[in-house]
Design a protein around this ligand. Structure first.
Ligand SMILES: [Zn+2]
Length: 302
């Protein structure tokens, strides 16, 4: 009894010694199938989609730069993988563009809405927390931009989410064969979204972007379409409908408070998302940014 207890203790102790090394390593990149030759990769800082087979791999978003090498390895290990020929940037944030440099140097087409390229060729500082983002080198910038929509030879379609749901350069990518719609941060799978009003996003745009996703599903998809956000689990069209209602309600309440001359702090204090807090978590940061986004959007100078 004593021996086995001591052995257990020694095991625990050696596991404890190993732990600092284990914890210093980033999480493994995990791949889950979404459909034929289509995979969802997680652990790179955002959900990544990779379509293998056909004429080269197509990726939606590239994760954080510090995870790019691990992500490239994970993509190369997928069934029917080959050279990555096409990378979409759903918007300009660091969780989306971390593979741009390596794939740009390798000659991949990097597709983005033109506004995303414009943000990536300048330094950006968020005024609410001082966070700084460095512009990308020329080779890492999107090299195939569009304004409205486009398609790849393989039938994959993409389009601009022009409502400024998250930034002013959001795009969606639709994979008709697998009935999968990638939407970046225009919809969140979990938690409150970042409202990046500095680069165009606003609370009214969140509602408009979700409605645009609904119309893409109506036109191209069906009730079984898998909607893949950059953050959190895969969503259904019914989930998007519920989000339209929730964000629409919050948008109306904030608008009313704005019209009464209230400040962002008063907006937060009024708890305009109270019935959603149990499911969604503390909304204060989201409400403050949303209120500021109304100012940014409605200001005549904007
Ligand atoms: Zn984002």
């Amino acid at each position: 009894m004593f021996v086995s207890t001591r052995r257990t203790f020694l095991k625990a102790a050696s596991a404890g010694l190993a732990a600092p090394f284990a914890f210093s390593q980033a999480p493994k990149i995990e791949a889950a199938p979404l459909g034929d030759n289509l995979y969802l990769l997680s652990g790179a800082g955002a959900n990544i989609i990779a379509r293998t087979g056909g004429d080269g791999v197509v990726m939606v978003d590239g994760g954080l730069a510090q995870r790019a090498a691990a992500l490239a390895q994970a993509v190369a290990a997928l069934p029917n993988a080959g050279t990555v020929k096409t990378l979409f940037n759903t918007h300009w944030h660091p969780e989306q563009i971390g593979s741009n440099e390596s794939l740009g140097m390798a000659g991949a087409a990097i597709i983005a809405q033109e506004n995303t390229r414009l943000w990536l060729q300048q330094d950006v500082t968020w005024p609410w927390n001082g966070q700084k983002f460095k512009k990308l080198s020329k080779i890492a910038q999107p090299n195939k931009t569009f304004y409205d929509n486009g398609a790849l030879d393989s039938g994959i379609r993409y389009g601009y989410i022009s409502d400024a749901a998250h930034t002013d350069g959001d795009l969606y990518v639709y994979f008709p064969q697998q009935n999968v719609l990638a939407v970046g941060d225009a919809a969140y799978g979990q938690g409150w979204p970042v409202v990046d009003w500095w680069t165009g996003g606003w609370i009214g745009g969140i509602v408009g972007g979700l409605q645009r996703i609904q119309s893409v599903v109506t036109k191209d998809g069906n009730p079984n379409t898998k909607i893949v956000p950059a953050v959190g689990p895969v969503l259904s069209p019914a989930d998007i409908t519920a989000q339209v209602e929730m964000y629409g309600t919050i948008y109306d309440r904030l608008n009313q408070m704005l019209n009464k001359g209230h400040s962002p702090s008063e907006g937060v204090a009024a708890k305009p998302a109270k019935e959603y807090e149990a499911k969604m978590g503390n909304p204060d940061e989201f409400i403050r940014r949303s209120f500021e986004s109304l100012w940014a959007y409605l200001s005549p100078d904007a």
